[in-house]
Design a protein. Structure first.
Length: 173
């Protein structure tokens, strides 16, 4: 475990007061489905089916709880009006009017649609949490297929959904 922590690089993101989101170079062990505890998601797929549906990096993020590199998604910037759906199953999760555009590299929303996003405790996030004030991270995943979306974090005194663009598919209104 200590070796894993040592391998992780810590980049201070000064704009994020309480959290720093830095993708780890090491393996990510956190998965949304691991928190299911017998709960069966409405949409389930075999590992092979997920591999066929998603790109390599999308699989790492959605199914392994990974975190995309900052600014790797166009969705982190201003977008036309529309909705953001789960890339794993197509469930509509967020609307553009709830989006908060921050120059931090990920996609932020004030909240999700009702009955769209579930949360769990992420005790093994895929990035260094040493600068965080929280005891544990709150992980956000799709209610219908369990795919990892991101985390719920405190940014500039706002509790926001900090979401990987790779977990979303935008549909213009
Ligand atoms: Zn889904």
């Amino acid at each position: 475990m200590s070796n894993l922590i040592k391998r992780r690089t810590f980049l201070k993101a000064s704009a994020i007061s309480a959290v720093a989101l830095v993708p780890a170079s090491g393996p990510s062990l956190a998965t949304a489905s691991s928190a299911s505890g017998g709960f069966t998601y409405e949409v389930t797929r075999t590992r092979a089916e997920w591999r066929a549906l998603l790109s390599r990096s999308e699989f790492r993020i959605l199914r392994r709880g990974g975190t995309e590199n900052p600014n790797s998604s166009q969705y982190s910037r201003r977008m036309p009006r529309g909705t953001y759906k789960c890339k794993g199953c197509g469930l509509t999760l967020y609307e553009s009017s709830w989006k908060v555009v921050l120059d931090l590299g990920w996609v932020f929303f004030k909240h999700s649609r009702p009955n769209a996003v579930l949360t769990s405790i992420d005790d093994n996030p895929s990035y260094d949490t040493s600068a965080m004030s929280q005891d544990a991270m709150i992980e956000a995943h799709c209610r219908r297929c369990g795919s990892h979306l991101g985390h719920i974090v405190n940014v500039r005194d706002q509790l926001l959904h900090c979401i990987n663009g790779a977990s979303l598919r935008f549909a213009q209104a």
